[in-house]
Design a protein around this ligand. Structure first.
Ligand code: ZN
Ligand code: ZN
Length: 131
């Protein structure tokens, strides 16, 4: 069976995330064969069948993900109404703690992370938190 792009991948094309968050951080995966970022739960491309890339290639992005993981290892099962540490990227792309936020609504699971709507300083925003 030949492994090549059959054009089906465009059904799963992932849009660039808002707020300049990394595509891999929000759970998107990259197919090298189809040259496309996908929203797809599986590890293999639904179009060509090749293994999808789930982690960034660049050291900068790897560092970001590691930093988030290390800082959040104590967070396990998140519960609505719970107070959590909230992180944001600074201008160098490093995750920094910006304060305590209250979890409002679960949006989605994204790899090791969960995306929650968080109330922080009376502002409601979407944040990534380690699940
Ligand atoms: Zn394809
Ligand atoms: Zn593919």
């Amino acid at each position: 069976m030949s492994m090549s792009c059959k054009g089906k991948c465009s059904d799963f094309r992932a849009l660039r995330p808002k707020d300049h968050d990394g595509r891999y951080i929000v759970g998107q995966k990259r197919c090298q064969t189809c040259s496309m970022f996908l929203n797809w739960e599986g590890l293999w491309c639904p179009c060509c069948g090749y293994k999808l890339r789930t982690r960034p290639r660049s050291t900068k992005y790897k560092t970001q993900l590691t930093t988030m993981t290390n800082k959040n290892t104590e967070k396990k099962n998140l519960i609505r109404g719970e107070s959590v540490d909230v992180f944001e990227k600074d201008s160098d792309g490093i995750m920094i703690r910006v304060g305590m936020g209250k979890l409002l609504n679960h949006i989605q699971r994204a790899g090791k992370y969960e995306i929650w709507q968080v109330e922080l300083k009376n502002e409601i925003c979407n944040k990534f938190i380690l699940a």
